[in-house]
Write a protein that binds this ligand. Structure first.
Ligand code: GTP
Ligand code: MG
Length: 426
């Protein structure tokens, strides 16, 4: 921690921070409690108990056999209607020139620079920029206010910077690390100009995010993806969009409606399956999610499909029994196809701020998450949390969600993200 390096005047800062952290974590707990209350209301206590035993497609060797399984043949066939074009295209490579250039002093210069960036990247970048506008205002906007007219980096400036970093939702650990690095450079006179500091932070955040931009190779056939995450983060929507994207790339996709807690959840996935023109495996409400997963994978194998994507119920990471059920699904899937699931895709909602970091830790610990999707970056000022998640978890971010439209699920490009985030606010 940075306290040991501080001057006596700055010894007050930790006390302030304690109050600040108290508020921070208090808020997260409230959010968790609200989630818990919302989640516990509609879910039947034990879906498996409601399911009458029928002939099962599951091999006897499975340790915790699902109680029921409709045959894979019961899966709905592809619906030809309403197919949407997938937004599978990647953004053009982003410029990383920002860090090497002196910061533009005047607003006109900023706008010109921004216009040039637009031309190079087209409308996708501008959509990302507008999606990230709330986060940009909260973090970079506040930072720019601090930097405005500032000639030198002094104690007072550093204190304000520390506060900005901590309130930016980058995550406590990441904020402290970045702040310590700034302090270190300032104390060695390696960072003297406040404008250099903007470039330094931009560069550090870029490095963190670049570590999580890794190619997603679907290196098995069928490639089985199990989407997990707490209630309402956007799992089903993301699965639907992914189905359309993969299908648009010529891959044969099947969906598994293993969120059997709510009838509406199956219907929601069915609508997406129709839109994407891909089949879906489903059973009635309350069926064993592991059985649905098993059937989905078996159908993908039998029909020689490329990708199977399995939806799961919104789980509270604090409820161990629910996490156990996800583990059971994982085991059952591996019985249907050794090596599967190939991807445990954790969906996180940027609105949950730093709580997303806790969720990522818990899910990773329990299931071994292999990839992330960060949704709803458009409606929140807390999008900085993606930096904390990447820094602490070091997991690949596959896609980001910047809106409800199909094309708003975008492959994660660290350079585009950082450029959009640090774009000067006109
Ligand atoms: N603005 C915005 N809304 C999104 C995004 N992704 C998902 N949503 C919305 O978030 C809401 C919840 O999405 P779902 O896909 O139902 O979430 P879920 O995780 O499956 O929820 P449960 O099944 O209840 O656990 C829906 O209204 C989606 O349209 C996004 O990137 N931006
Ligand atoms: Mg859902």
């Amino acid at each position: 921690m940075s306290e040991d390096k501080k001057s006596p005047e700055r010894q007050d800062a930790p006390r302030e921070k304690k109050g600040f952290f108290g508020r921070l974590f208090g808020r997260d707990r409230q959010e968790e409690q609200a989630e818990e209350a919302a989640a516990s209301a509609p879910s039947p206590a034990s879906p498996a108990a409601e399911e009458p035993p029928t002939a099962t497609a599951e091999p006897a060797a499975v340790p915790e056999p699902p109680t029921a399984a409709a045959p894979a043949a019961a899966a709905a066939e592809p619906d030809a209607g309403q197919e949407e074009k997938a937004a599978g295209g990647q953004s053009p490579p982003a410029s990383t020139a920002d860090e090497g250039e002196p910061p533009a002093p005047a607003k006109e210069v900023d706008e010109k620079k921004s216009d040039q960036a637009e031309k190079g990247r087209g409308g996708l970048f501008s959509r990302l920029k507008s999606g990230l506008s709330k986060t940009r205002h909260r973090f970079v906007g506040t930072l720019d206010n601090l930097l405005y007219g500032q000639k030198k980096i002094d104690e007072e400036f550093l204190e304000e910077l520390e506060e900005i970093l901590l309130t930016s939702d980058l995550g406590v650990q990441t904020s402290y690390r970045l702040f310590r690095e700034v302090e270190e450079r300032v104390s060695h006179q390696a960072l003297e100009d406040p404008q250099q500091l903007r470039l330094f932070l931009q560069q550090e955040i870029r490095k963190i995010l670049q570590g999580s931009e890794r190619p997603w190779e679907l290196d098995a056939r069928p490639y089985v993806i199990m989407a997990v995450g707490v209630n309402g983060v956007g799992k089903t929507t993301t699965i639907g969009k992914l189905a359309a994207i993969f299908s648009g790339q010529g891959k044969k996709v099947i969906l598994g409606a293993a969120d059997t807690f709510r009838a509406a959840a199956v219907e929601q996935l069915e609508i997406w399956s129709e839109r994407a023109g891909v089949p879906i495996v489903r059973q009635k409400m309350g069926a064993d999610p592991a059985a649905v997963s098993f059937d989905t994978v078996q159908a993908a194998v039998n029909r020689q499909l490329d990708v199977a994507i399995i939806d799961t119920a919104g789980r509270l990471h604090t409820k161990v029994n629910l996490m156990d059920e996800l583990k059971k699904m994982q085991r059952v899937i591996s019985k249907a196809l050794p090596g599967a699931p190939h991807e445990i895709l954790l969906v996180l909602d940027a609105n949950t701020g730093q709580n997303a970091i806790n969720q990522a830790r818990m899910f990773h610990e329990a299931l071994g998450v292999t990839g992330l999707v960060m949704t709803k970056l458009d409606g929140t000022a807390k999008g900085g949390v993606i930096v904390g998640v990447c820094d602490e978890l070091q997991l690949p971010v596959r896609y980001i969600g910047i809106g409800e439209r199909l094309e708003d699920l975008r492959p994660f490009k660290a350079d585009d993200f950082v450029d959009a985030l640090f774009d000067r606010i006109g």
